[in-house]
Design a protein around this ligand. Structure first.
Ligand SMILES: NC(=O)c1ccc[n+]([C@@H]2O[C@H](COP(=O)([O-])OP(=O)(O)OC[C@H]3O[C@@H](n4cnc5c(N)ncnc54)[C@H](OP(=O)(O)O)[C@@H]3O)[C@@H](O)[C@H]2O)c1
Length: 304
């Protein structure tokens, strides 16, 4: 297969699905100053109005009405919602616009480049997942530098994308294609599920008769201190405090009793409690006997 994208000093990128992430990345790629200069070929969204808005924000390129209007490009960024990526790649392959040596990539966190339905002998595939919240493109253009970017795919595509994403401030690291699901679930645990956990904590305080203002006074400093401790320590075990860290079985029994009316709360408490027992074993403050009793208590609550 040809490798024009790897040997050129100027490349054209076309973006299908220039929403929050796509517009931000196109603008950053356009402005980057590596050994390869980039121009934006076309932008194709669901609606022409949306494509025109994206072109205006990016500052380069032309809006396309549909995939039949697409012209040749070197790089193809598919930044539609995840559910549309495969279908868009199929449409690109069918349109006949792709040329040997083209690089097609997407930015989903959970899907690998294998989802791209392209002829094997025609294009290089990759995915790049930036750990960045692209809620507001204007803001993201300046806050993107420093964001971690998980990169996987065909070697030739990975090489070029590493270079370009490093040029826009991305901190690229390699990820195995078959580990993307696990990697993304891990980021969701630390981000989205942390919010869900805090929401659950607030529900419990409400049930305990504590009003919203008082809940903030209780939780906000506690959460800040805990996250600060966690960020200042390289090992999570160094940040664990509380009854499980101390091996305080009676307190855990009181908690399980208090949570018995709500299986969701008790389920979350027992699962996370087991993880905390593992951390407490590493810490070594509590005796093995006490931690075993706590572990048995948590297991029996899980079985109920
Ligand atoms: N947002 C983030 O923080 C973030 C972070 C990391 C990774 N990602 C990944 O980035 C990708 C894009 O996410 P996003 O948040 O930027 O999405 P978004 O803001 O919702 O934008 C999606 C864009 O895709 C267009 N689109 C939808 N279906 C299409 C189709 N079949 N053909 C052409 N265009 C289509 C939409 O066009 P219209 O405007 O016309 O509807 C819209 O412009 C996803 O894979 C996501 O997992 C996002």
């Amino acid at each position: 297969m040809n490798t024009p994208a790897l040997t050129s000093t100027h490349l054209t990128i076309t973006c299908v699905g220039a929403g929050r992430l796509g517009t931000t990345l196109c603008r950053l790629l356009l402005e980057q100053q590596s050994t390869i200069s980039i121009s934006i070929g076309q932008v194709l969204n669901n609606s022409l109005e949306s494509s025109l808005r994206a072109v205006e924000f990016i500052g380069d390129g032309a809006a396309a009405k549909d995939s039949q209007q697409l012209k040749p490009a070197d790089l193809w960024l598919i930044s539609t919602p995840d559910d549309a990526i495969q279908e868009v790649s199929e449409a690109l392959a069918k349109s006949g616009v792709l040329a040997p040596g083209n690089i097609v990539f997407h930015c989903s966190g959970s899907l690998s480049s294998k989802i791209l339905r392209l002829p094997d002998d025609q294009c290089y595939r990759a995915s790049v997942h930036p750990t960045h919240s692209f809620a507001n493109p204007t803001k993201s253009v300046s806050t993107f530098p420093g964001s971690s970017c998980a990169v996987e795919g065909d070697e030739q595509a990975v090489k070029l994308l590493n270079l370009l994403f490093a040029a826009i401030g991305g901190m690229c690291f390699p990820l195995k294609s078959d580990k993307k699901g696990l990697y993304h679930a891990a980021t969701v645990m630390a981000c989205n599920n942390l919010v869900a956990l805090l929401a659950m904590s607030k529900q419990m305080l409400t049930e305990a008769g504590i009003d919203a203002a008082q809940q903030e006074l209780i939780l906000n400093p506690l959460v800040r201190q805990t996250v600060d401790n966690y960020l200042n320590n390289s090992d999570p075990a160094d940040s664990l405090t509380g009854p499980i860290s101390r091996g305080d079985e009676t307190t855990v029994a009181t908690h399980l009793n208090a949570l018995s009316s709500n299986p969701q709360w008790r389920g979350a408490y027992t699962v996370l409690g087991e993880v905390a027992v593992g951390l407490a074993q590493q810490q070594g403050f509590a005796s093995s006997d006490d931690l075993k009793k706590i572990s048995d208590l948590l297991a029996s609550a899980t079985d109920q």
